[in-house]
Design a protein around this ligand. Structure first.
Ligand SMILES: NC(=O)C1=CN([C@@H]2O[C@H](COP(=O)(O)OP(=O)(O)OC[C@H]3O[C@@H](n4cnc5c(N)ncnc54)[C@H](OP(=O)(O)O)[C@@H]3O)[C@@H](O)[C@H]2O)C=CC1
Ligand SMILES: N[C@@H](CC=O)C(=O)O
Ligand code: NA
Length: 349
């Protein structure tokens, strides 16, 4: 994101009618750097500055005050998956500070948080964009919003919503090839930056459940929380009590035979396994889990970390509007965040 931010800053500064972006705060989980007198920090040196920072870590209230006192229009970019930070969005937005984020927690937790976020934005005259919360940089949220705002009726949304799950099953059970061990593929997905900070959040189905909660809410369904509908977990029962993601990753290879069993059951029926989700607007039902597909099905043919999202609507009829492509990874996620930042800047200009 920092790379894309710096390119954007330079591009906006060199336009005939320039906009000046200044990075005034950068924060990790234990260190932060604040720009003295709001002059702007050098984005290319931020990671080093954060590593070297010895200043005390400020509580969020102090950060909010710092942002509120900034001379220009302020945007908070939250690139964490921290629910506690997300719970501060209503306070941030009500102060007129806009929010751009790939953090699913805010929009998929208790529906009261969702309501208070959008009420606060309306009250504060601020903006909130979260394209990367579903399908990373793929235009999923913007497409759904536009379908609805132009008067289409969404009937059903279905597909593969997780880059991690897509990668895992495309490589554990590829069409016409052997495939690797499940635990080894989980490790690869983590190393490639596809998983959540804790890969259990992907394997327990909750990451997909969060994405479907967000889409269902945009489509007008009152989904109370991401655990309010059936979600299949792939966490082996014996590992449910692991105290950390590291312990879980260490012990996962001991349970490869459980996934091998599901694989051989599907092979016997000449099918492949894929982890999918669906929202049926009419019947108000959402579900997430493993399903078996024929090798010729478009979902079986996905590659790498690709997501596929099929929007069935009244306007598009029997042939859905389809969004497909890489649904995880640092660069494509940052693209969604930077794209949202550009949208906010246009609205604030
Ligand atoms: N990776 C992907 O493909 C995609 C990710 N996303 C979302 O993007 C977000 C980030 O994911 P990803 O980059 O992979 O995760 P990482 O674990 O790589 O990065 C998370 C960062 O958040 C920082 N952090 C955690 N808590 C706080 C806090 N309270 N205040 C400030 N910083 C904090 C961590 O700092 P430190 O290192 O110091 O602990 C870390 O640098 C998540 O919400 C994820 O769901 C969305 C779409 C795709
Ligand atoms: N862990 C997620 C990241 C993007 O939302 C995924 O694998 O899809
Ligand atoms: Na997206």
């Amino acid at each position: 994101f920092l790379e894309q931010y710096e390119q954007l800053r330079q591009r906006l500064a060199s336009q005939p009618n320039p906009t000046n972006l200044a990075l005034i705060l950068a924060r990790r989980s234990k260190t932060q750097v604040l720009s003295e007198r709001y002059g702007g920090l050098d984005a290319t040196k931020i990671m080093q500055m954060l590593d070297e920072s010895k200043k005390p870590y400020l509580p969020f209230d102090a950060i909010l005050e710092f942002l509120q006192n900034a001379p220009g229009k302020v945007v908070l970019v939250d690139n964490t998956s921290d629910l506690d930070l997300a719970k501060n969005y209503p306070a941030v937005l009500s102060k007129g500070i806009s929010v751009v984020t790939p953090n699913k927690k805010a929009f998929s937790d208790d529906i009261k948080l969702w309501d208070s976020i959008f009420e606060a934005a309306a009250k504060g005259g601020s903006h909130v964009f979260h394209e990367s919360t579903v399908g990373a940089g793929l235009p999923v949220i913007s497409t759904l919003t536009e379908l609805i705002e132009t008067g289409d009726e969404v009937v059903r949304i279905e597909g593969v919503f997780s880059g991690t799950m897509s990668f895992l099953f495309n490589s554990f059970m590829p069409v016409g090839a052997e495939g690797g061990k499940f635990s080894a593929e989980v490790k690869k997905a983590k190393d490639l930056g596809y998983t959540e900070p804790d890969p259990r959040d992907d394997l327990n189905g909750l990451d997909v459940a969060r994405k479907l909660t967000i889409l269902a809410r945009i489509a007008g369904l009152k989904v109370e929380s991401p655990t309010a509908f059936p979600v299949q977990s792939l966490i082996p029962q014996a590992l449910e009590s692991c105290s950390s993601g590291d312990e879980f990753m260490q012990k996962l290879p001991e349970h490869d035979d459980e996934m091998e069993k599901l694989k051989s059951d599907a092979i016997k029926k000449r099918k492949v396994l894929r982890f999918v989700g669906s929202i049926d607007v009419k019947s108000n039902s959402v579900k997430v889990g493993l399903e078996q597909f024929d090798a010729s099905h478009p979902i079986a043919a996905l590659k790498g970390s690709d997501n596929i999202i099929n929007f069935y609507t009244k306007r598009y009829g029997a042939n859905p509007l389809i969004v497909q492509g890489a649904g995880a990874g640092g660069e494509v996620t940052a693209m969604g965040v930077t794209g949202d930042l550009i949208k906010v800047i246009r609205l604030l200009r």
